[in-house]
Write a protein that binds this ligand. Structure first.
Ligand code: FES
Length: 211
């Protein structure tokens, strides 16, 4: 059978570099692909003075292309400054892999978005975000699209697990359509807090569950 993957893709898929997680990372993200429902997590360590990525790891819950792109993009990003790493595109990843089949473009987009989101997480936590837009319900919902619903593998907004979002004087209240004792309630709560707390004007995040 003729394979559609280049040797480089197969090599990175079989021996992915930088796989795993970093305990106590400086920045991290989990991104889901609207195209296929797969996920990728990216963890970075950053030198505070030079703002260079000193270590980077990823975990992929995606396909071969996603694993190969995660591998190559983390290799490309390691040692780069945050600004340089931000400019890495899926095209750079795909080119470094000798090309990906067009149908698989979204897999590399997912890995690249994971990297960008981890950088953004770092910047928010370190007060490096230049444009300080006040947090609105829309902004919160947009962020919650990166919280996965473990029941479906899709995000909690699209699967209508979020019933209500309220933003008032720095306090964000998110109501989730699950009972508090549900097996995934604690994980979702932690993830919601993780995504919303870094916003510069948010003082408190309250996650409520349905009675
Ligand atoms: Fe989902 Fe590739 S098909 S990441």
């Amino acid at each position: 059978m003729k394979t559609v993957y280049t040797d480089k893709v197969i090599e990175h898929f079989k021996n992915p570099r930088n796989v795993g997680r970093i305990e106590d990372p400086d920045g991290k993200s989990t991104e889901g692909s609207p195209a296929c429902g797969d996920m990728v997590s990216v963890y970075i360590k950053v030198d505070e003075e030079t703002r260079r990525i000193t270590d980077i790891k990823f975990e992929s819950y995606g396909c071969a292309s996603n694993i190969a792109t995660g591998s190559i993009i983390t290799e490309l990003a390691k040692g780069k400054t945050l600004e340089e790493a931000k400019n890495l595109s899926w095209k750079d990843a795909s080119e470094a892999l000798g090309g990906l089949p067009p149908i698989k473009a979204h897999c590399s987009v997912l890995a690249v978005e994971g990297l960008r989101a981890a950088i953004q997480d770092y910047e928010e936590k370190h007060g490096l975000v230049k444009e300080k837009v006040p947090t609105t319900e829309d902004i919160v919902r947009k962020r919650l699209r990166h919280v996965m619903n473990p029941l479906t593998g899709l995000d909690v907004v699209r699967t209508e697990l979020i019933i209500k979002v309220e933003v008032k004087e720095g306090r964000v209240t998110v109501t989730v359509d699950l009972p508090e004792n549900h097996q995934f309630a604690a994980a979702i709560k932690e993830d919601v807090k993780d995504k919303i707390e870094p916003l510069w004007d948010v003082k408190e995040v309250i996650v409520k569950f349905e009675e």
